[in-house]
Design a protein around this ligand. Sequence first.
Ligand code: ADP
Ligand code: MG
Ligand code: ZN
Length: 478
Amino acid sequence: MSQFETVIGLEVHLQLSTKTKIFCSCANQYGCPPNTNVCPVCLGLPGSLPVLNHQALLYGITAGLALNAQINPFIKFDRKNYYYPDLPKGYQISQYDYPVAKDGFLKIKSGGQEKRIGIKRAHLEEDAGKLVHDNMFGCSLVDYNRTGTPLIEIVTEPDLRSPQEAYDYLNTLKLTLQYLGVSDCDMEKGSLRCDANVSIRPIGQSALGTKTELKNMNSFRAVKMALEYEVRRHEQTITSGGKIFQETLLWNDEKAMTITMRSKEQAHDYRYFPDPDLVPFAIDQSVIEQVRKQLPELPQDKFLRFLSQYGLSEYDANMLVADRGIADFFEAAVKEYPHAKKIANWMAGPVLMELNDRKISINELKITPQGLVALIARVEEGLVSNLAGKDVLTAMLNGGKTADEIIKDKGLAQVSDDSALFEIIDEVIAQNPTVVEQIKSGKPQAAGFLVGQAMKKSGGRANPKKLNELITRRIADV
Ligand code: ADP
Ligand code: MG
Ligand code: ZN
């Protein structure tokens, strides 16, 4: 056992899904040709003036409330000064001492235990542009489309105690913000970025150890790996008599190690001061209450409701709640066909498998809740087998036809007609005398083998319940 305790705090930047940028009317859109979504404001040309996007502020309040935080009745924007080619103004507009939200918490589940992670603050700021390094010409190009994209930065207290907890926190945070609809939280597109601060201290000590800050992780898994690496490095350094220096390190995914980037700057290095172009804002209590009223049901509440209202297993409820679109689809389906558990099985099983295979979201699936329950009803009636039902689902997704059309076209309806089934059964009985003997001598479970054989002969179209019944009857007669 290690004699050290790990302490982690995360800073997560999320791009807000507003139509336009935070201080100008340029489109906030990913994937456009370089430098097409720009104007004098986001390029920082002299004489241009920023105007706060009201929707960005509302999203900030929304996120703050969902994180159980206090919304500051008075907020202001500050300039954070530094020089980098992706920052045309030479400063970033951010919030320093009056952020939109402070002192909240997020409940997470980690290792089967529930835990509250303190949220120190959440503030609004603008994103910088993007440098593209061109190896062929040996130069760097800059794309200012991202400049001025609204961001919310959510900073935790140093409450996380392991890389796994950090990982669980990130997943819960992402799901919560996706439910709110304030960000798509897509790390691949860079709309979610996470910096991780980590230190260790002897178990029992209350003072925090010296932290290092990790950047450049491009997945939650990478955050976890970088933290694991860094905790080991701290432990080895300290136990061998060395010292940890406060610095910023970059995670190198290929080498799976951290590399020093710079010694950590202090807040005064940024020369924060109030942005004179943006007046401070008073946030009216009525606005906060308005936003609070419109908060959607959050994932943890939905999970608990799914357990009690529909009697789902924790596994199924978890699978459904993990994506708001899937949860909504499920509930729409239950309205059409009141067999929640059956629908949950189909959704958590075959439907999710199709989504994963196709790498698409539920909204992109060519199937409606009504369409899915029509199929489930056919399986429940025994018209098609479970197995054939899955093929029907695949065909529905490929072609957009209804379940009934596909069952008819492919001749998938199960054979339940006694005389047709007896033909097959008699063949199977004739071919397997030893199994028949076993059944007769008091081993009814051996009938399963005969059912399987008969099923094969029917090309998977026999109704298995019916087969079982008829085989038992036939053998009793022989
Ligand atoms: P800075 O001024 O260096 O940015 P902050 O106090 O704003 O530091 O904290 C940044 C993040 O680092 C927060 O998430 C915080 O919880 C975390 N943090 C602060 N001190 C420590 C520490 N000693 N060990 C681990 N994390 C820490
Ligand atoms: Mg900080
Ligand atoms: Zn602009």
